[in-house]
Design a protein around this ligand. Structure first.
Ligand code: ADP
Length: 404
C-alpha cells in the first residue's frame, strides 16, 4: 500500500533543505541539504536511514539548478519514495498580514508571496522558485502544494506589539509593522509543550526561545503569539550569528552621514557582519565562542551579550503573561545544544522564579528528558524543533481536506 508521503521544501537564503516524510508516523525516509548556494564549493548531502550521499556541485550553483539536481536525484535514485509523494509543503518566510494559516497554493497566494518579497528579499523569491520547480517535477501535484508561513503564527499580535512608534501612515500605506518570523518553530514548540505538560495549548502561557543562526523569542499567552522579537524583517531582536538584532536606529544615520558608508554597505554590515561574528571577530558559529570562552575575551563577550539579550527579552515578555508563566522553552541549534548559554540566560532570571538544575541542564540531551528546571522553579524545557514535521502535518491536513 502506498504510504502517502509529503515532500517538504525549505529554500533558505543560502541553503536549501528537503525531506520526504510521513506526517502520521513522523518517519523521515529521505532528507537532504544543499549548502553554499551562490558560493564556491556548493555541496549537496542526501541522507536515508542507512546511507549518506555527498556530492560537490558546480561552484555558485543557484536555486534552479540545485532544485533540478535534487528532484532528478530523488526520481532516479529514490523512485519508491518519489512515487509515494502525494503533497508538497513549502516553508514560506513572509506571508505579510494577509495569511493567518497555511493554505493551498493558488495564483492568488503566489501573488501575496511575491508582494511580500519586499520584506523578505532573500527568502520569498527563493520560495517562489521552489514552488515553480516543484510544480514542474510533480505536474500531477500542482494543486497539492501547500504554503506554510513563518509569519502566520504571529497574526494574533495585538497592535500594541506590532505597531512601531513612527507616523501611522507608514503602517496604513506602506504596511510597515512587526510581522515576526520563526512562527513555524514557535507553533510546533507550543504544541509539543502542551503535550509534554498535558495541558490544552489554549491555556498555556509560555516564552519560547528559538536560538539558532537566526534567533527569536516569542511571548505566547493562552496559546497565541502576543509579542515576538523579530520585526518587519528578521533583523530585529536578539543577537544572531551575523545579524545585529536591536540597535539604536541613529547608528545607521551615523554610519551613513559621518562615516560615509553607503546604505547598501550598512545593510550588509548589520545583516552579515554583526552579531556573534561582529563581536568575536572570528566566527558566527556559537560553538567557536563557547570553545574559546575562557581564552578569548571577545568570544566570552559574544556569549555574554547574546545571553544578556535573551534574558532581557524573557524578562520583558514576562510582563505580558498576566500573572502566570507556565514555562520557558529553548530550541534551535543553540537552544538545544548550548548548556552554557541556557545556564547564563536562566541564572539572570531568579526574580521571575526561574531556577536551572545544573545536572538536568548538562544532561538533557542524554536523558531525553525535556526539563532543566529545579523543583521549586517555573518549568524550563529544552525541545528539539521539528519544523519539517510541522510543515508536513499542515500539508497533510490541507490536502486531505481537499479530497473530502
Ligand atoms: P538556522 O537558524 O540556520 O536554522 P540552527 O538552528 O541550525 O540554525 O542553529 C545553528 C547554530 O547552532 C550554529 O551556528 C551553532 O552556532 C549552534 N550550535 C549547533 N550545535 C551547537 C553546540 N553543540 N553548542 C553550541 N552551539 C551550537
Amino acid at each position: 500500500m502506498l504510504k502517502k508521503l509529503i515532500l517538504v521544501l525549505n529554500c533558505g537564503s543560502s541553503s536549501l533543505k528537503f525531506s520526504i516524510l510521513n506526517s502520521f508516523s513522523k518517519k523521515t525516509y529521505v532528507s537532504g541539504i544543499v549548502e553554499r548556494l551562490f558560493l564556491k564549493n556548493t555541496v549537496v548531502y542526501i541522507y536515508t536511514h542507512h546511507k549518506k550521499y555527498k556530492k560537490k556541485l558546480s561552484d555558485y550553483t543557484n536555486y534552479v539548478d540545485a532544485l533540478n539536481f535534487i528532484f532528478k536525484k530523488i526520481k532516479d535514485k529514490y523512485y519508491s519514495y518519489y512515487n509515494q509523494i502525494d503533497g508538497i509543503g513549502h516553508r514560506i518566510v513572509h506571508g505579510g498580514n494577509k495569511l493567518n494559516q497555511s493554505v493551498l497554493i493558488t495564483h492568488k497566494i503566489l501573488k501575496i508571496i511575491k508582494k511580500f518579497s519586499i520584506f523578505a528579499p532573500l527568502h520569498n523569491p527563493a520560495n517562489l522558485i521552489g514552488i515553480k520547480i516543484s510544480r514542474k517535477f510533480f505536474p500531477h501535484l500542482v494543486k497539492k502544494n501547500v504554503a506554510v508561513f513563518d509569519t502566520s503564527f504571529h497574526y494574533s499580535l495585538p497592535k500594541t506589539s506590532f505597531l512601531y512608534a513612527i507616523p501611522y501612515k507608514f503602517y496604513k500605506k506602506n504596511k510597515i509593522r512587526r510581522y515576526g518570523a520563526h512562527g513555524i518553530s514557535h507553533n510546533y514548540i507550543l504544541n509539543k509543550t502542551a503535550k509534554i505538560l498535558n495541558k490544552s495549548k489554549n491555556l498555556l502561557n509560555i516564552i519560547s526561545c528559538h536560538l539558532g543562526n537566526g534567533s527569536s523569542v516569542t511571548a505566547i499567552r493562552s496559546g497565541k503569539s502576543v509579542d515576538t522579537s523579530m520585526g518587519l524583517t528578521p533583523l530585529e531582536g536578539l543577537v544572531m550569528g551575523t545579524r545585529s538584532g536591536d540597535l539604536d536606529p541613529a547608528i545607521i544615520f551615523f554610519m551613513y552621514k559621518k562615516l560615509g558608508l553607503s546604505i547598501n554597505s550598512i545593510e550588509k554590515i548589520l545583516t552579515y557582519k554583526s552579531g556573534l561574528l561582529g563581536i568575536n571577530q572570528r566566527s558566527s558559529d556559537c560553538r567557536y565562542s563557547e570553545k574559546n570562552y575562557k581564552n578569548d575575551k571577545n568570544a566570552k563577550l559574544a556569549i555574554e551579550i547574546f545571553s544578556h539579550r535573551v534574558a532581557k527579552y524573557i524578562g520583558a515578555y514576562s510582563s505580558l503573561m498576566q500573572g502566570r508563566l507556565d514555562a520557558v522553552t529553548f530550541t534551535g541549534g543553540i537552544g538545544e545544544n548550548s548548556i552554557l548559554i541556557r545556564n547564563k540566560v536562566i541564572s539572570k532570571l531568579g526574580l521571575l522564579g526561574l531556577y536551572i538544575d545544573k545536572n538536568a541542564n548538562d544532561n538533557v540531551k542524554l536523558n531525553k528528558n525535556y526539563f532543566i528546571n529545579k523543583k521549586n522553579s517555573i518549568k524550563i524545557l529544552v525541545i528539539p524543533t521539528q519544523e519539517e514535521l510541522f510543515i508536513a502535518q499542515e500539508t497533510r491536513k490541507l490536502i486531505d481536506r481537499k479530497n473530502v
